[in-house]
Ligand binder design. Structure first.
Ligand code: G3P
Ligand code: CA
Length: 275
């Protein structure tokens, strides 16, 4: 039996509603907000001229009509690209298929490169509480600059120093414990999520790196390690699982009582959860 209606599971739109619209675009995030998502997930990278942009891959080749590493391009270079072009497709679709987005972006801004600043504006203007889960990508390469810029930007929006982690509409996620440590050192009340692709032996008992309260295991971990979610929860951690698209996996997460489901399809997941 599912516990879906017995506890609130936060539904987080992964790269926006990225099944319906090109990932990490305004179109995808607007759709997620319209669908009723509780939170939005985004990956951030630094451009050559120091802007935080929402791009998953190291290079723009897959998701735009351009080429090159984000770190080697300036914001103006990225702004000239189309992130809704035929290469801009979710990774689980075949590369040669034509896009079949449910949402067909019309305004060029809807598919141009999205800065984190613009995404923060969108969230501020949502008219309801929409949380933001920001993932730092390859932060070690920049030796603290990603976190520094991120916290400076959050400060401009009054989001860098929440009174308590539970009150923060923003959280920072990373596969890098060092990146999360930098964030906590600068902003102790900003919640952090330790993302995991596998469970290292020293963390199998449900521990997380020092100071981290939220675990971010992949759905593969959840499926492959029975009892792990329970151990994390017994250790007092929240559990946010990614990337949960399959209805059976949604049901499994609901049964296990996870706190958040990160999904490319927030609309269908919300409906499955009875919301
Ligand atoms: O939400 C966590 C998840 O996004 C991590 O994987 O590769 O999609 O950034 P990835
Ligand atoms: Ca991510």
């Amino acid at each position: 039996m599912t516990h879906a209606r017995q506890h609130h599971i936060q539904v987080v739109a992964h790269r926006g509603a990225s099944e319906a619209a090109p990932e990490h675009t305004l179109a995808a995030y607007r759709t997620a907000i319209e669908d009723g998502a509780d939170a939005l997930e985004c990956d951030v990278r630094l451009t050559a001229d120091g802007h935080l942009v929402c791009v998953h891959d190291r290079r723009v080749n897959r998701t735009s009509n351009g080429r090159g590493a984000v770190s080697a391009l300036e914001l103006a270079d990225l702004a000239a690209l189309d992130f809704g072009s035929r290469h801009s497709r979710a990774p689980w679709r075949g590369r040669d298929e034509e896009p079949d987005w449910v949402v067909r972006p019309e305004d060029p801004e809807d598919t141009s490169v999205l800065t984190l600043e613009r995404l923060l504006e969108l969230v501020s203007d949502a008219g309801r509480r929409v949380e933001l889960a920001i993932e730092t990508k390859h932060p070690t390469r920049w030796a603290g600059q990603v976190e520094e810029r991120l916290l400076a930007l959050l400060k401009r929006f009054g989001l860098d120093a929440p009174p308590a982690p539970t009150e923060s509409p923003v959280r920072v996620m990373s596969f890098s414990a060092r990146s999360l440590h930098r964030v906590r050192a600068a902003s102790p009340t900003l919640p952090t999520v330790y993302l995991m692709q596998f469970v290292s032996p020293r963390l199998r008992d449900g521990r997380l790196p020092a100071g981290v309260r939220i675990a971010g295991p992949s759905i593969r971990i959840v499926r492959g390690h029975p009892g792990y979610v329970e151990r994390l929860k017994a250790a007092g951690h929240q559990v946010h699982v990614w990337t949960v698209n399959d209805p059976e996996d949604v049901a499994l997460c609901a049964d296990l009582g996870v706190d958040a489901i990160i999904t490319n399809r927030p609309g269908p997941v919300l409906r499955q959860l009875g919301r």
